[in-house]
Design a protein around this ligand. Structure first.
Ligand code: Q0Z
Length: 301
């Protein structure tokens, strides 16, 4: 976790700041009397980027807008599977393009993760006993292998700065009840399968993704952001080669520079990472824009 990224959250007229995550900020709309409304939230995506568990001091211009627009595009393409929390993308000028007004939900206390390719924590579990989140997998899989079908691998929602822990499926059932657990499991794997059907045609593999659901009365609603490079591992399809860690679509230039001798930084030192050089910033921005443009077929302004 970063030593300190203590820039105050932005002032947004008509909204009260509620909470800040590593790279996003949450606001509540104010009613006519200046009271925060309890039924809606404004989700604001910043240009902050994380790498090696640090929030970098150097912003990536337009990152927040690219991720917000990508998430909105995916919500439309998932609407036949699950309703979503979006109320409006018509937001104050101060956060234009990078904020969404959403319905405030009763969030489920589970990080809903699905994996379509084996890497990271899923690979570690598989190497131990051939299972991932209780699901038996074929022998012989390696880092980057495609799984026979997406697997639900839920995790706990850890406080900021701590890592989410794998959560046995039985613990999800105990938290939210078996019927709701089965519903979010099936939705999560369906969202990743749909994402990969669409992304594969555009040269991007989505290794895994984390989604959040909330309840609107009895209805399960897809919340937060969806199928962005911050919530998912995007891999360039043409470089996919099982057997070793895959390059990251969005973070590779940053990781390569931070771990090169040029940065003078040791990721194990506990020190905050240095500011990024402008060419690394420009190349990274270009990768976010490229992901958006390839997936959506739209031009990012
Ligand atoms: C999302 C988060 C942050 C952005 C709470 N529709 C909703 N209803 C109730 N709560 C949430 C949502 Cl999306 C909710 N988060 C995560 C934190 C910025 C999103 F600082 N927390």
């Amino acid at each position: 976790m970063s030593a300190m990224t203590s820039s105050q959250p932005l002032t947004v007229p008509g909204y009260a700041h509620v909470y800040s995550g590593k790279v996003r900020d949450l606001y509540a709309p104010l009613d006519e009397s200046g009271t925060p409304r309890k039924d809606q939230l404004l989700l604001v995506a910043s240009d902050r980027m994380s790498a090696y568990d640090f929030v970098l001091d150097t912003p990536i211009p337009d990152k927040g807008a690219v991720l917000t627009q990508l998430s909105l595009w995916w919500f439309e393409r998932l609407e036949d599977l699950v309703p979503n929390h979006v109320v409006s993308a018509d937001v104050p000028d101060e956060v234009a393009g990078r904020a969404v007004l959403v319905k405030r939900l009763a969030m489920l206390p589970v990080e809903c993760v699905a994996r379509a390719y084996l890497t990271g924590g899923g690979l570690t579990e598989y190497r131990a006993d051939g299972h991932v989140s209780g699901v038996a997998l074929p022998d012989g899989l390696v880092d980057g292998s495609r799984l026979p079908e997406p697997v639900f691998t839920p995790s706990t929602k850890a406080p900021m700065g701590e890592h989410d822990q794998p959560m046995p499926y039985a613990a999800v059932e105990a938290e939210i009840g078996a019927p709701l657990a089965a519903r979010v499991r099936d939705l999560t794997t369906s969202i990743l399968a749909r994402g990969n059907e669409i992304a594969a045609e555009r040269g991007i593999l989505i290794a895994d993704t984390k989604v959040e659901f909330g309840l609107d009365g009895d209805d399960v609603v897809l919340a937060d952001e969806v199928l962005t490079p911050d919530s998912s591992r995007f891999w360039p399809a043409e470089l996919w080669e099982p057997g070793h860690p895959q390059p990251s679509y969005d973070k590779q230039y940053v990781r390569d520079w931070l771990t090169s001798s040029a940065s003078g930084w040791d990721k194990e030192s506990g020190q905050a990472p240095p500011d990024l050089p402008e060419d690394v910033v420009a190349q990274t921005r270009a990768k976010y824009v490229e992901a958006y443009e390839r997936l959506t077929g739209r031009t990012f302004s």
